[in-house]
Design a protein around this ligand. Structure first.
Ligand code: ZN
Ligand code: ZN
Length: 459
């Protein structure tokens, strides 16, 4: 790099779309890694970012949040850079080891079931080793790093999305570079929405997840929530059960919060509630973070108020769920062998039931396949050797954990950066942002970079 103000960004993700998020950042003398994900759609070493681009010791890492597409390979890279501090928020430092233990256990199971000898990708002791490396930063409190007589200021900003999630601002020689991480601007019940830096930025690295999701103007979150509660109400009154497949971290607790309020207000009739999976184990963590940090708003008492019970272990495909009630189960995309997958196999063939999706479903997952299957067509659960007709009511509610594309566009336009780097989205989602930025007078002359897999850019 000729000008030492130049920043070099290397996208270590080897996939188009979301993949394994990891970005190697070189600013002046500083070498920084942002996130260390695992690709949820790949198996074995294929799921790792390409860490071979990192040619020298890392000064530090930034972990934006605890979803596995950002966190899953942290022990792998920390083994090579054991002295590097990991900058993150207090909730992220608290939740990351628990999420990694779960990921480790899944790998151990897949090693047997799918015969993947390279699993697990790290020993369990590596999870404990990285716990010592967390360096927590409060949001909006700058921290200065020195190297070779140069100074770099690092500040985390709350990015909504899930508990602990952060964007990160680097300030170097009066240049401002901001990475959004995964973002939700709207407040949830259990966390506040993103509070990002104001003022001009030089470089913006933005997620683009919902770039191909058109939101109709009359289709507000409040209306979506009403529709969701109405469907649950109707299903319970007609004697059916409701399955709500959820992501374990954040989404499950948000849904339990909503159900608790709706039952208290009489918007949903009193009925049994069931909750199973990693999300229930995370409740203790969120309860402690609520008391300790004020950055989360979820108390264990909500589970007690709902009298939530675990899912029965003896489910049979095609034999309807007993007792009738509301089942809040992970995973969110009905991934094989998870509680939501097993419950769906029990209830899908019965017309009085409803399956309510509240988050994103990749088209290649069982949840994505179900959403694409017309009512009354047949649907298969291959790992259970079971096929049924879709008789239950299947509905999707747009309650995404990611910002609407227009909100991200507005943020970028207000920041009027010299360069915009597009990450974390399918090619069609990124294309929408690219077109909009070129069309807008404020960003038309900016350098727009669509971060390709395993590519580096000088910005
Ligand atoms: Zn995320
Ligand atoms: Zn992500």
């Amino acid at each position: 790099m000729d000008d030492d103000c130049t920043m070099k960004l290397t996208n270590l993700n080897t996939r188009d779309g979301i993949g394994a998020n990891s970005m190697f950042v070189e600013i002046g003398p500083f070498k920084i890694l942002i996130d260390a994900g695992l690709d949820p759609k790949s198996i074995g070493r294929e799921a790792l970012p390409d860490y071979s681009f990192i040619d020298s010791a890392l000064d530090f890492m930034v972990l934006t949040h605890c979803h596995l597409d950002h966190l899953g390979s942290l022990p792998v890279i920390m083994r090579r850079h054991p002295q590097a501090p990991i900058l993150c928020s207090v909730p992220t430092a608290n939740l990351a080891p628990r999420m990694l233990i779960n990921s480790y256990n899944v790998m151990m199971r897949q090693r047997e079931e799918l015969h993947i000898p390279e699993y697990p990708l790290y020993p369990q002791s590596d999870i404990h080793a990285i716990e010592k490396q967390f360096m927590t930063l409060p949001f909006e409190r700058p921290r200065i790093f020195d190297k070779d007589g140069q100074e770099l200021t690092v500040t985390l900003y709350a990015s909504g999305h899930i508990p602990g999630a952060a964007g990160v601002l680097f300030e170097y020689k009066h240049r401002r570079v901001f990475f959004t991480g995964d973002v939700l601007f709207r407040n949830m019940n259990i966390i506040r929405g993103a509070a990002f830096p104001t003022g001009k930025l030089d470089v913006l690295v933005t997620e683009t997840t919902r770039g191909d999701t058109l939101r109709k103007t009359d289709h507000t979150y409040e209306e979506e929530l009403k529709r969701f509660i109405h469907t649950i109400h109707r299903t319970i009154l007609q004697g059916g059960s409701v399955l709500i497949p959820v992501f374990a971290l954040g989404r499950m607790q948000e849904v339990l919060f909503i159900l608790n309020e709706a039952m208290r207000d009489g918007a949903i009739p009193e009925c049994p509630v069931f909750a199973s999976g990693l999300g229930v184990a995370l409740v203790d963590h969120l309860d402690a973070l609520t008391k300790k940090t004020g950055l989360v708003n979820f108390r264990k008492k909500i589970l007690q108020d709902l009298n939530a019970k675990p899912l029965a272990r003896d489910l049979m495909p095609g034999v309807d769920l007993q007792p009738k009630g509301i089942y809040v189960l992970s995973s969110g995309m009905l991934v094989e062998s998870t509680p939501s997958y097993l419950a769906a196999a029990s209830m899908l063939g019965h017309p009085h039931n409803a399956i309510c999706f509240v988050g994103y479903c990749d088209p290649d997952t069982p949840g994505g396949r179900l959403l694409a299957t017309p009512h009354d067509d047949s649907y298969s659960f291959p790992t259970l050797d079971y096929v049924t007709r879709v008789r239950a009511h299947v509905e999707r509610f747009d309650m995404s954990g990611h910002a609407d594309r227009e909100e991200l566009l507005d943020f970028a336009i207000n920041a009027s950066p010299r360069a915009i780097v597009l990450t974390h989205g399918d090619p069609s989602a990124r294309a929408w942002f690219e077109d909009e930025f070129y069309a807008h007078p404020v960003t038309a002359s900016a350098k727009i970079i669509n971060a390709e897999p395993s590519m580096y850019y000088d910005v």
